[in-house]
Design a protein around this ligand. Structure first.
Ligand code: KMH
Ligand code: ZN
Length: 275
């Protein structure tokens, strides 16, 4: 039997707007309703950003708390909160979700291990800032998803492990296709996988039109995939996805076509060593 495949739904993000798609969830209730549908469609985890009532990207702890509570009221999907936020946010703002404790604590948090061009802007992650976020994640007893927008960020994770700030083997997310960064091509994915430390697991998040094709690429290679409105708003050319769940349903179809099954949250917890 092949390993179940973890589908993560990156539901909100910081860049997608309601002008681009009316199906972007913004309020806690909208996020929770779509998250429950994502779980039914095959997602084991959601990657979470939050927004203010007027749709602006935010990392506010209370907005995260409301979204996490609403999601957990409806579904058992795992919740991975963003520490990336939006470009230009400072470290305390980015780490809003890392102040949540008890029943509101997320299951996982992202950790981007280096700086990268991000369209016309820069997603700023110098070593001292990455160390700071890594320490906060570790202090909460969480394991990070090591988000890598380029291959050097994998080596940087090794460096952080030497400093004792992250544990290896760990779980990586390759974000491929951000304008100005590493693009989504199959040979790039092979190179990223080959660069991983022994025993690590990985997810690939293809941005834009490469999102769904990279579910196939991940399934073929024994990896995991991320889909969702953070990275792509189209189900097919010119057809908007009517919510994250439609992208998850399409991903699950592709996973099964490759002879694998979408993982449950419990299986994902085991596979990603979340304890
Ligand atoms: N919005 C991007 C600048 C993360 O969630 O950790 C960064 C991002 C990464 O989305
Ligand atoms: Zn994100």
């Amino acid at each position: 039997m092949s390993t179940p495949m973890v589908i993560t739904a990156a539901m909100v993000g910081a860049e997608t707007t309601r002008e681009q798609t009316p199906y972007l969830p913004i309020t806690a209730e909208e996020i929770a309703e779509d998250a429950a549908k994502c779980r039914e469609a095959g997602a084991a985890m959601v990657h979470l950003h939050v927004r203010t009532a007027d749709g602006k990207p935010s990392q506010d702890a209370e907005l995260f708390r409301a979204a996490i509570r609403a999601i957990r009221k409806r579904t058992d999907v795992l919740i991975q909160t963003s520490t990336g936020g939006a470009v230009g946010m400072d470290v305390d703002e980015r780490c809003g979700a890392l102040t949540l404790t008890g029943a509101d604590r997320p299951d996982m948090a992202t950790l981007t291990t280096g700086t990268v061009n991000f369209g016309e802007e820069v997603f700023w992650n110098p070593r001292p800032l990455v160390r700071d976020i890594a320490k906060r994640i570790r202090a909460m007893g969480l394991r990070p998803e090591l988000e890598c927008f380029d291959v050097g960020m994998i080596d940087e994770a090794r460096y952080l492990a030497k400093e004792g700030l992250v544990e290896l083997p760990g779980h990586f997310d390759f974000v491929l296709g951000v304008p100005g960064a590493l693009q989504a091509r199959p040979e790039v994915l092979d190179f990223m996988i080959a660069a991983l430390p022994e025993g690590c697991t990985w997810t690939v998040a293809g941005v834009g039109r490469q999102q769904l094709p990279f579910v196939d690429e991940a399934a073929k290679r024994g990896g995991n995939a991320r889909v969702g409105l953070e990275d792509n708003i189209y189900l097919s050319k010119g057809v908007l996805a009517k919510g994250n769940h439609e992208l998850v349903a399409e991903a699950a179809k592709r996973v099964r076509a490759q002879g694998r099954e979408p993982a449950t949250p419990e299986q994902a917890r085991q596979l990603l060593r979340l304890g």
